[in-house]
Design a protein around this ligand. Sequence first.
Ligand SMILES: Nc1nc2c(ncn2[C@@H]2O[C@H](COP(=O)(O)OP(=O)(O)OP(=O)(O)O)[C@@H](O)[C@H]2O)c(=O)[nH]1
Length: 526
Amino acid sequence: MWRRQQTLLRRLPPLRVVAQAPASWPACRLGRFCGSVPEKRKGKAAPLQARGMVDRFRMRAKGGDGGNGCVSLRRSRSNRQGMPDGGSGGKGGDVILECSRSIWDFSGLQHHMRGGRGGNGVSKNQIGTRGTVIHLVEGEQPSLTVNKPTRALDPWDIPSAEEHSSDLDQIVNIVAEGFDGGLSHRHIAPKHNTDGNDTVKGSSSHSEDPKYFHTCSKLQFSNSNRDVRIYSCQEGTDEKDQTESEDEEFWEDEDEFDMDEEEEEDEKEEQDVQYCVAEMTKPGQRLIIARGGKGGLGNAFVMKEMRPSKANRQEKIARLSTGQPGTESILILELKSIADVGLVGLPNAGKSTLLSALSRAQPEIADYEFTTLRPNIGSLTYEDYFSVKVADIPGLIKGAHENRGLGHAFLRHIERTKVIAYVLDLAATLNGRKGIPPWEQLHDLVTELEHYQKGMTRRPSLIVANKIDEEGAEEMYEELKRRVQGVPIFPVCAILQEGVPDLRVGLRNLMDDSDPQGVDFEENDC
Ligand SMILES: Nc1nc2c(ncn2[C@@H]2O[C@H](COP(=O)(O)OP(=O)(O)OP(=O)(O)O)[C@@H](O)[C@H]2O)c(=O)[nH]1
């Protein structure tokens, strides 16, 4: 078994952890293709992948095939004909998706996941042995108890843009709770999550059974505060040669399922995707994404339990001894932040500076556009220990919905925020700069958000009029107040942290506010 693990390890590339990773990636949305594997299309690289962060990922999972039952006779002096003693084959391994705090993004994930094949039955009534594991991260130790959340790597510990989390997130061990996402089965009912916290619930599955995880090593590719880990476990050790050849076939498909092609294929197949079939938001949640096939029956079992007639005995034994194939599914994994407040602004407006002023986050700040290439999340804690998560997403530009700039790629991270804070640069047109006036910035931002999701701008919002320290900014601020109504406007100098305490109060008020309130400004004003 050890040799086999080594073989598999060699074949799998080591998993990477993205060191400069965002802190909080709570929800993972899964979509399942109900159609067949898409036709190969060569071409452009996926834009997000090119930028380093993988927050959308397509993968194919295949449960391990069940091992074959053994046909064997034990002969003795007293029984020359022999007694059937062939053991049944082991069940193929399931491929399980697990939500974990230590995953940053999908960059360490394999596009193909396959559960191990169940071991073939052997003579003397032994069933296929249990326990071969596919490791996803090099160097992790096998664990006997994986049915609880693990904290192998705390995202807050990784030096990057995120700060130390002060909120005491409850680590809820939902542990599968009979969690059968049913993804590996024929029918999947789309799940509509309303509160962003619920998850798929279902009937019982193996994952409840501690036995099932026996000798299953959990190893993770990593992501975040809420994240996803995939591992595969197997009941039954297979016979080396047989499995290896099957594995090779599976990995060979990799070319046909190339990462570069996936993003563009997504567009083509939009109509085939069942969106949001499951959401994983709490550490420890597990989802079986492909089930291992049942093992074939050994002749000892068939003879004892089924007592086939002499006439069809051989045929029946042969038929029942074949292990069943594992199921297969193709999924899209998508990361979504669950921040409370989303900072939205044009590039260079000072969002990252503001995030670092509001919280202890230390995102990259520079005097050029698109410094922020991935969302950063900071935690804002009040005196009464009320905590608010603030997400700073890469700058939006006009036409983002037509995929200009970083496009809509990151907007999904603020899709669930309760409050939107529009960060406007008061100094964009001052001192000879050729920027956009703040009210036009706001107009562009609102337009882009509405393009992304209708009604998005109706949620509680405020405006951060940043760079009030610049010469002429006061006048711009007055003009902005005149043109924009309906939302509070906070003059701020993020760099000197001026106006930040008031802004904190304003954000808190909006968090407590139950009445939706959006930006309201005269069209002809902008
Ligand atoms: N004068 C002044 N400059 C500021 C203020 N806040 C931010 N800046 C500067 O504005 C520039 C852009 O700041 P960032 O925080 O990187 O802006 P951003 O919106 O995150 O930019 P992107 O990453 O491109 O989206 C930096 O040079 C900051 O020093 C402010 O209150 N006053």
